[in-house]
Design a protein around this ligand. Structure first.
Ligand code: COA
Length: 324
């Protein structure tokens, strides 16, 4: 069985409330919180994507009782690494001393942690690797246009990690039970961010917008229509019903999206934990940070069933069912 054996997380020390934002741009706590549920976010000042990832990774390894040298795989999901090269996963590998691991980044935006976990699980199911470190980490604050109040108020910074192990079956039928994942590049323009243009002695292109742009209403409609379907599909694939699920740990983009998903799935809001009030949307980091806070606060009991679901730019979306 493939099991999450440890979790960890790290958030920047500096908290910025909606009222703080309203002092520097034309917005208000009422506008942001009524449309999104977000009241504050942590923004990196001294922290880095790699530094937060290392902290989260060390916590996850400690809880799992796994030494860094025992890792054979590190996958880091991020859209905001500190450097283009080397990759975040390789920087973490060096910092923790995971000398026997292969390390690489996986970029699937807000579905990144989920897709990384599924990728690690596929390696494990085929017998290639046994001990994996999965990271979701972002400093999204540097990807935002701070003159665009429609996007910059939604996002935050932070990192989460989990240690995934292939263990002998202990008779509980636990661990990862099923996953499904999708993408639709044809709709990718609704949530985008440009890169550096081609510029060399033989060609020079106009620079693209290097900050995140978003059609908020299109993204909202995408999320509320696809997430209930993908969650239902994953649960059915696991041979379970929605009533069997104890916690739905969804990507923390927007409280209204989560409420709409709960309503469409006919499940009570108590099953949908949230940290977006204090953290905003941290893309690939939001699911592992929330999972770690549930784990650390003893809010998940042994054998409880959890759905993890991600959705975002690409477009990408997916869900996994795990038994704790
Ligand atoms: N403060 C105050 N006013 C703001 C604002 C802000 N931070 N941001 C936008 N506005 C204004 C707009 O300029 C617009 O004004 P206008 O009517 O005078 O042009 C008005 O508020 C309505 O903007 P609109 O974009 O239509 O609002 P909305 O009701 O669609 O809500 C979102 C915007 C972003 C909250 C909503 O679309 C949403 O949550 N979408 C999903 C986004 C998401 O989760 N993305 C990440 C997925 S991974």
């Amino acid at each position: 069985m493939i099991k999450i054996c440890g979790t960890g997380s790290a958030l920047p020390a500096h908290t910025v409330t909606n009222d703080d934002l309203s002092k520097i741009m034309d917005t208000s706590d009422e506008w942001i919180s009524s449309r999104t549920g977000i009241r504050a976010r942590h923004l990196a000042v001294e922290e880095t994507t790699t530094g937060m990832s290392v902290k989260a990774a060390e916590q996850a390894l400690e809880e799992a009782g796994v030494k860094a040298e025992e890792l054979d795989l590190i996958i880091a999901a991020t859209l905001s690494p500190d450097h283009i090269l080397p990759t975040l996963a390789c920087e973490v590998q060096a910092a923790i001393g995971a000398t026997h691991a292969v390390a690489f980044d996986l970029h699937a935006a807000c579905s990144g942690f989920l897709f990384s976990m599924n990728t690690a699980a596929a390696y494990m199911q085929s017998g290639v690797y046994k001990n994996a470190l999965i990271i979701g980490a972002e400093t999204l604050s540097k990807m935002m246009d701070w003159n665009d109040r429609g996007t910059c108020v939604l996002f935050g910074d932070g990192a989460g990690a989990a240690v995934l192990r292939e263990l002998p079956d202990d008779g509980t039928n636990g661990g990862l039970k099923a996953f499904v994942q999708y993408s639709d590049g044809a709709r990718g323009g609704v949530l985008a961010c440009g890169n550096r243009p081609v510029c060399h002695p033989f060609a020079s292109h106009e620079p693209e917008n290097q900050y995140v742009t978003m059609d908020g209403q299109a993204v909202y409609k995408f999320a509320v229509s696809t997430v209930p379907k993908v969650v239902t599909e994953a649960v059915e694939k696991a041979g379970l019903t929605l009533a069997d699920i104890d916690h739905f740990v969804l990507h923390q983009a927007n409280q209204r999206i989560i409420e709409s998903v709960a309503k469409r799935l006919k499940q009570p809001m108590e099953k949908f934990p949230m940290n977006l009030q204090d953290c905003g949307n941290i893309s690939a980091a939001s699911v592992p940070i929330l999972l770690d806070s549930l784990n650390k606060n003893d809010m998940i009991k042994a054998n409880e069933r959890i759905v993890l679901a991600g959705f975002g730019a690409g477009l990408t979306w997916g869900a996994a069912v795990i038994q704790w």
